[in-house]
Design a binder for this molecule. Structure first.
Ligand code: TRP
Length: 450
């Protein structure tokens, strides 16, 4: 068997897999993308749908991916080849690899901004500025197209370095300590935000649902955001699941990761919306919503200068543990299936991402020529991956587990061959087999038809 030829890397401990999976899940998706999507999709109504997606679909899909990975001991393409030889199933894995590459190409753009903002905060360039100035600075930064491209390149190189060196474990060890610090800073920011004048309106926007706002667009956006934020639907957790020890509890891992990810997203909402309403920022402001509101809160806070630097450093690290997981999927595929060594696999993946990434970053300039179907390349990639490819991948993954691999294998794996109780396994399997494919398909099609 292939896996006996060379020993695969593995996660040392339970906290290892939780830290790695949570590291992948928690990132710009929580702190940047979640508030943007919530702002654009009717506020609290979106939040409700989002929470339902995360609980009823997120947990089962995550468990399915971990199960496929640990069962097959393979990357996301190899897993399907092994578990369903001579079928079309590996296409799901190929789609995941492509999706990882596409996400990395635009995710690294925003990751690059975190570096620019570290520099800005060290240079104290937010201090004393009003909202209008921060907004025009942000727009001016986008118009310096190549500056974005360079930061993006730096971030890709950084990710490539970590993945090539195989020092993810080292990074995750730091992340394990640093992410709780990020949580603490978010709590402090949250307290400052909700005590700003006019903050109440923002809290109402976030927590008082107006059910009439729920439509097909809100459903598909919440679905896409749920998958994006939890890193589901493209095989990250298949790849990571293959590194998990046989004695780890997959179910409790999935619960912990979903909980941690959701808490961070909620906190980001509690920071952004009260502050945005207080400063008069439109919740539909999109990209600037987070990148302008946060420095403005620090401006109004004792010790804001130092906290602001720490915040953007931690945000960059959170982004890094996510980009590592994206690149790892592509690199694991190239090394194991195309049999290139790890160095060349990493170089190829990074150079490819940089090339596509240029178009992504330059598509954010005013009057950019880089648009696809009326959207900027950035928006187009974001939309097609989060709202189309990830849910589609998710459907195939749950159908694969529910109908192709079946209950016996699933129960064996989640109970560690009968050693664990796993009281929820029957309910979860029912969701995987019936509810999840149905729900995702219905939302998906209604989103496409709208
Ligand atoms: N989940 C990460 C975030 O919220 C982004 C991410 C990393 C991702 N790996 C992924 C999204 C795989 C989808 C699929 O920032």
């Amino acid at each position: 068997m292939a896996e006996q030829k060379k020993k695969r890397d593995g996660f040392g401990s339970k906290i290892g897999i939780i830290a790695a999976a949570a590291g992948s899940a928690i990132g710009l998706g929580n702190i940047y993308r979640f508030p943007c999507e919530l702002g654009n999709n009717g506020g609290a109504a979106f939040l409700l749908v989002y929470l339902a997606v995360v609980i009823f679909l997120g947990i089962p899909v995550m468990l399915s991916e971990l199960f496929i990975g640990r069962r097959s001991q393979s990357n996301s393409v190899g897993a399907f080849k092994k578990l369903a030889p001579k079928t079309a199933w590996p296409i799901v894995g190929y789609m995941g690899v492509l999706c990882g590459f596409l996400i990395f190409a635009f995710y690294s753009t925003v990751s690059g901004w975190t570096l620019e903002y570290i520099v800005k905060s060290v240079a104290n360039s937010f201090q004393g500025k009003d909202m209008a100035t921060l907004e025009s600075d942000f727009a001016a930064f986008h118009n310096m197209g190549w500056r974005n491209v360079i930061w993006q390149g730096v971030f890709i190189l950084l990710t490539g370095f970590v993945v090539f060196k195989g020092v993810q474990n080292g990074i995750e060890k730091y992340a394990k300590i640093l992410m709780p610090v990020l949580l603490v800073i978010l709590v402090i920011l949250g307290i400052r935000a909700v005590t700003l004048p006019g903050a109440k309106e923002g809290l109402a926007f976030l927590f008082k649902p107006d059910f009439s706002k729920i439509n097909a667009q809100v459903l598909i956006s919440a679905l896409g955001q749920g998958f994006f934020s939890l890193s589901l639907g493209m095989g990250v957790l298949i790849t990571y699941g293959s590194y998990v020890k046989k004695s780890d509890n997959l179910t409790s891992t999935a619960f912990s990761v979903v909980l941690a990810d959701t808490v961070i997203a909620l906190l980001a909402g509690i920071v952004i919306f009260p502050a945005a309403f207080s400063f008069g920022v439109n919740p539909q402001a999109g990209m600037g919503l987070v990148f302008n509101t946060i420095p403005m809160i620090f401006n109004q806070m004792a010790g804001g200068y130092v906290f602001c630097i720490i915040f953007f450093v931690l945000l960059a690290i959170a982004a890094l543990t996510s980009t590592i997981s994206l690149l790892e999927v592509v690199v694991a595929y190239i090394t194991e299936e195309l049999h290139l060594n790890r160095r060349w696999s990493t170089v190829i993946a990074c150079v490819g991402t940089m090339l596509l990434g240029c178009f992504v970053s330059l598509s954010l300039m005013e009057n950019t020529p880089f648009t696809i179907g009326g959207r900027t390349v950035f928006d187009a990639l974001d939309f097609i991956t989060a709202n189309v490819m990830l849910p589609l991948g998710g459907i195939f993954i749950v159908v694969f587990v529910g109908w192709r691999l079946g209950k016996t294998h699933f129960f064996e794996e989640v109970t560690n061959e009968g050693k664990l109780k796993s009281p929820l396994k029957t309910v979860i399997f029912f969701i995987i087999r019936y509810l999840a494919p149905l729900a995702v398909t219905v939302i998906f099609i209604s989103g496409l038809l709208k």
